[in-house]
Design a protein around this ligand. Sequence first.
Ligand code: PLP
Length: 394
Amino acid sequence: MVSPVAAFARMGEENAFAVLARANALAAQGRDIINLGIGQPDFRTPEHIVEAAVKALRDGHHGYTGALGILPLREAVARRILRREGVSVSPERIAIMPGGKPAMFAAILMLGAPGVEILYPDPGFPIYRSMIEFTGATPVPIPMLEENGFAATARQVLALMTAKTRLVILNSPANPTGGVMPAAEVAALAHGLEAYPEAALLSDEIYDEMTYDGETHNSFIRFPALAERLILLNGWSKTYAMTGWRLGWSVWPAQLISAVNKLAVNSWSCVNAPAQHAAIAALDGPQDAVAMMMAAFDRRRLLVTLLLNTLPGVSCIMPKGAFYAFPSITQTGWKSKPLASELLEKAGVALIGGPDFGVHGEGYIRVSYANSEAAIEEAVERIKIFLQTKEKNI
Ligand code: PLP
């Protein structure tokens, strides 16, 4: 008998993948499944990005690269940050990784240990808590409340800080809620964190291009006082519809970058070379495909929120970012997970129960609107019929 070391018993999972597998299995049996479960754009990667990868292969870029990524790509990321945020970052502090996820893995592994506290959003991306538990650190949830538009407030975060806080994790625009932290809160928190020089901040800004209604994304990288302890997570997956390419970038404090390099050398060695060339084309090339995708997401956002609010017992605030709606379902009489599971099995609609993102997600479900308007309309109609006839189903 072999078994992994004890820490693996504390490591969690991401239920969105289990729901995707179940949805695919049902579809393979011939069931008509509408997938509003998985968090990935339904668009194809823009053609010029695909072409850049093909060309890179043809040009012979198929070998190992430096562990933190090829310099032209790290420079392209630095240019993007300068263009967008007006902040100059040395490419030396930028790491290219196989996805955005490895950056949170690395950050939490590096800073988490028994005896330290790590703050994280709840409901939030499930890997934060999973990795905190893995390291033996104490997870301290920051409740993401509907009355705050599902965004963290500076007051809330600062009230949870102690002498043991080693890392604060924030995510705006947010998965699973679509919440966006207002500029004033970001500034107040950046200022408040100056009183805690031992605490690092992991700001997951992977949805930074995805804000609506004139809402702006407010990056923590704009605050020089945090530069020595800010880990900024971002990547190509969402903005450029590149989830399966496994590409992400992150900016690290100078003191941590050699540990990131070691982690890369000890695990993935480097991100696959042609993908890195495609990533340059994504950042430096035309952005009209991004604008097209965002316009489509915006239409779907308005549609899905309008329709969800017509369902009996369901209420949904207008999400301001990402591509998720997070309706409250408490008045339907259902708990979140049984409802999500029954909707998949009985109505053929895949969604994720709020508790898969933390205890504060109970009473909600996550609806990813990365699907066509027709699919959204059909899915909500199926949910309506299900809710109206639910007594018959119980
Ligand atoms: N951060 C958040 C908040 C996410 O929602 C996701 C993906 O769903 C990631 C990070 C990971 O992205 P990637 O697929 O690039 O690893």
